[in-house]
Design a protein around this ligand. Structure first.
Ligand SMILES: [Zn+2]
Length: 449
């Protein structure tokens, strides 16, 4: 039975808050892109051996890159609090220095030409970026890739990723891209090898491990995997029954096919939700919530929407973060409208408007395009998520169904696999509608001149 309106609104706002808290808790840990890109990272290849009981990671990562014009011959990566043991360049150990979380590797001037590669050996107890649950032998990465692997965090610097994970026997693992091989090493450990050819922002890199049972379904040419240690097979099928239909819906709205052969959803221990490329970790209680109320799927839809808006059409830097998050929130409600009707969509939108109004009432409103994202407050996050979604709803009302969705398709197709800024959305929407939207965007999106 449908809940009463106030109960529904309360549930949506509860979801909103959890979403903000779980995702944004990690957002501040990434270094904002200060337009200081001096290098283009092409590919990461890592071998990682986690110790779940000790909450540590030991790894080696090869970083393939090219210096950009005007750059000094110096590679700067972020590695959180990891301890770097060695850096190897052209088969020799080279010097490196640390400055806070920065790893600075000076290289010879000849390195300014052509593709280069360094290999970094490291270990440590990651401070953030990984959730460990030793008692249940589970762990997963969350957003801040630099906390478990030296890398560049700027969302515009996309790269492909090969990952070898070394695990004890008896654990299931998922990661980005395609599982290419699994072999047993001498001593009994297992090595799994994934390859992701597609370039994505590094915050979408990740893996998850645990004694999880795995359900596989195939629809629309995609393999769907549902994993948990806490929910039964029948429950997992019920919790994620909307996923294939959701994926088709987003494909149609995006005008772009899902960029992969497999999509996995996990309900591990903990209260964190995080999208990664080709899979999503969802807080454990989401399962219970959907079993109780099958329409209560905003979070699952939000994370799946990121496979288009966020992972592929990615904010160029965190000042335009609303293009990732506002869009994912809006799309989750668009899906609920498609499945459960207009009324439920409008209830969502009203909850978003109220969340935004709450910030405005405290006189903490800001334009959606932020001046910076160095120290975001909870109110800033509310704006990015819910003012962002509310603005997209207003834009939809302004343009009408046909034009709005035509614009969304054109925007998504044009910027798929590329960075975007707020004005890119305005430009496309103006082209498809032949309307001047400058006043609307000035009111909601841009900082005052
Ligand atoms: Zn999100």
């Amino acid at each position: 039975m449908r809940k009463q309106l106030h109960q529904m609104l309360r549930a949506i706002i509860r979801n909103c808050l959890i979403l903000i808290l779980t995702i944004s808790a990690f957002t501040t840990q990434a270094q904002p892109d200060k337009d200081r890109q001096t290098v283009d990272i092409l590919h990461y290849e890592a071998t990682i051996e986690p110790d779940i009981s000790e909450k540590t990671i030991r790894g080696a990562v090869s970083v393939q890159f090219r210096f950009l014009a005007g750059s000094p011959p110096r590679l700067e990566l972020d590695c959180g609090r990891l301890t770097v043991e060695r850096v190897v360049y052209q088969k020799s150990d080279v010097d490196f220095t640390r400055k806070g979380s920065q790893l600075i590797i000076p290289l010879p001037p000849a390195s300014l030409r052509g593709k280069q590669k360094v290999r970094i050996f490291y270990w440590g107890q990651p401070a953030g970026g990984v959730q460990f649950f030793p008692e249940s032998r589970q762990m997963y990465t969350v957003f801040s890739t630099n906390r478990w692997m030296p890398c560049r965090t700027a969302p515009a610097d996309r790269a492909s990723f090969d990952l070898q994970l070394i695990l004890p026997q008896g654990l299931t693992a998922i990661a980005n891209g395609k599982l290419r091989s699994k072999k047993t090493l001498t001593g009994g450990k297992v090595q799994l090898n994934w390859r992701m050819k597609r370039d994505v922002p590094v915050y979408c890199f990740g893996f998850a491990i645990g004694p999880l049972h795995l359900i596989i379904e195939r629809e629309y040419g995609v393999k769907f995997q549902y994993l948990s240690a806490d929910y039964s097979e029948a429950e997992l099928r019920e919790i994620f029954q909307e996923t294939p239909r959701m994926l088709r819906f987003f494909e149609r709205k995006a005008g772009v096919r899902y960029p992969g052969a497999c999509y996995s959803q996990l309900l591990p221990k903990g209260q964190v939700s995080q999208e990664m490329q080709h899979f999503t970790v969802i807080r454990n209680t989401y399962g219970k919530q959907v079993l109780e109320e099958k329409e209560d799927i905003n979070l699952g839809a939000h994370e799946l929407a990121h496979q288009w808006w966020g992972n592929q059409v990615t904010c160029r830097d965190w000042r335009h973060f609303w293009l990732n998050e506002g869009m994912a929130v809006f799309m989750s409600s668009a899906y609920r409208e498609y499945r459960f009707g207009r009324e439920i969509y409008l209830e969502d939108i009203e909850a978003y408007r109220k969340a935004y109004q709450g910030v405005a009432d405290k006189e903490l409103d800001k334009p959606l395009q932020f001046p910076d994202w160095d120290h975001p407050t909870p109110e800033d996050r509310t704006l990015v998520y819910y003012k962002g979604a509310y603005f997209l709803h207003l834009l939809r009302e302004e343009l009408g169904e046909r034009i709005f969705w035509k614009g969304i398709r054109r925007y998504t197709k044009k910027y798929f696999g590329k960075p975007v800024v707020s004005s890119d959305l305005q430009t496309i929407m103006e082209k498809v509608s032949r309307k001047d939207l400058s006043r609307l965007f000035a009111k909601w999106v841009y900082p005052a001149q």
